[in-house]
Design a protein around this ligand. Structure first.
Ligand code: ZN
Length: 431
């Protein structure tokens, strides 16, 4: 029986001073860049473009800026900067600096689901539209235009709440929210498409989860969780891959026990299938899948490490049932420790959820732009990309992965030597 759990919403009084701008999100697609302003309330606005240099001016009536506003260069498409000012005492002006001229469309969206009031500004490529089209057509003719599919698995659900924080925050709820944000972030990446394995409050047994991913022909399976540990001081994000020879640490073993136990809660015991499955899957050489899992996990961890504290600086290994897909690279992200009161609070916050979703998406993107499956849009269009340095990578390794000259790579990034820092972002020059 499905139970519906009432959720309490706190009514937030809209300020007498009008709308607050809570943030700017930018999605760069193949033929347009979308800027979304999150607002506390709907408001009168006007939007227009100016030339020399190309820019978009957004005037919001009786609005104020809540905090600093910036664009994430990884996602910024045609927008390379944002400034703000106050042309008169009633108007907040935001200026988006553009890389090139664009055709404009804008509209307000009313609150829905997790989102509040939004002002959407779409910038359509003008003069470059035709060129993009011809590239895509060429790729189609060569049979190389499919999207890379990322299956997102929100852990637990339904009768299985997952870990529960001191303030009763349930893992199943926050990981679903993060998963939905992650889907948005991945869908906004050109050439990438996400599917949600669980999109509601219900339980799916572990094996069905990765079987669903395979049915979607997923190129990657990402399971989203939030850790719990008896010591409430422990905090930080971790990324796991399946271990071949048991867990790499006692903590990983306990964690795997907790995560795997949920199948019992969900009504299916896997203990009898476990041994057979394990031996079949792991004795068959899964080396390519495991290698890919390790690399994508390292890329995600490096990307997350730029935004939030990580629990351990290396990829963990544990015997998670849900990662046992023989042919789909699989990783499990423990986004934070729900058992840590500070992180429990963060897990419920939109900003942290968005940061986490964007970081994971950036790691995923980084991985696939490094190693695109043949026949995909990314494989045909990945030049001029960026790379985030993972643990163990040298400048030489990165140069050879992208097939660029070491000197050119050094020069493109103004490096005087070959020392690079984990998490640093490198521009990969077009070969
Ligand atoms: Zn979990």
């Amino acid at each position: 029986m499905r139970r519906f759990i009432p959720v309490l919403f706190l009514a937030i009084c809209t300020s007498a001073f009008g709308a607050e701008v809570n943030g700017l999100r930018v999605w760069a697609g193949p033929d347009k860049t979308r800027a979304v302003l999150d607002l506390s309330d709907s408001t009168d606005y006007s939007v227009f473009t100016l030339k020399n240099p190309d820019r978009v001016v957004i005037d919001l009536k009786r609005a104020s800026l809540k905090g600093a506003i910036s664009v994430n260069h990884e996602y910024s498409g045609n927008i390379h900067g944002v400034r703000h000012g106050q042309p008169d005492k009633d108007t907040l002006r935001l200026v988006l600096d553009l890389a090139k001229g664009a055709n404009l469309q804008s509209f307000l969206l009313a609150p829905t689901g997790e989102y509040g009031h939004r002002l959407v500004v779409d910038l359509f490529d003008g003069e470059h539209g035709t060129a993009t089209e011809s590239v895509k057509t060429l790729a189609t003719l060569q049979g190389g235009n499919r999207d890379i599919v990322v299956a997102i698995d929100a852990g637990h659900g339904g009768e299985d709440p997952g870990a529960i924080g001191k303030n009763r925050t349930r893992e199943k709820d926050v990981v679903l929210q993060i998963s939905r944000r992650l889907k948005d972030a991945i869908d906004a990446e050109p050439g990438l498409r996400a599917v949600l394995i669980r999109d509601g409050d219900y339980y799916i047994p572990h094996r069905e989860r990765y079987e669903k991913a395979r049915a979607h022909r997923a190129d990657l399976f990402v399971s989203i969780h939030a850790d719990a540990f008896k010591n409430r001081d422990v905090r930080g994000s971790s990324v796991f891959v399946l271990s071949q020879s048991g867990a790499s640490s006692e903590m990983a073993r306990l964690l795997a026990q907790g995560e795997n136990a949920s199948d019992l809660v969900g009504g299916v015991s896997l203990s009898d299938k476990d041994d057979l499955l394990t031996s079949v899957l792991l004795d068959l050489s899964q080396s390519a899948t495991i290698q890919a899992s390790n690399q994508v996990a390292a890329d995600i961890l490096a990307s997350i490490g730029r935004e939030v504290k990580v629990h351990k600086p290396h990829v963990g290994r544990a015997n998670f049932m849900v990662l046992k897909s023989p042919d789909v690279p699989s990783v499990l992200v423990e986004t934070a420790f729900i058992s840590n009161p500070g992180e429990e609070k963060k897990l419920t916050e939109r900003e942290f959820q968005n940061d986490m979703a964007r970081s994971i998406a950036r790691g995923v993107r980084n991985y696939f732009y490094n190693s695109p499956p043949p026949g995909t849009w990314v494989a045909a269009n990945r030049d001029g990309t960026r790379h985030i340095v993972s643990r163990g990578e040298t400048l030489g390794i990165i140069a050879s992965r992208y097939n660029v000259d070491l000197g050119t790579l050094r020069q493109a990034n103004n490096l005087s030597n070959d020392l690079i820092r984990v998490g640093a972002e490198l521009v990969i020059p077009t070969s």
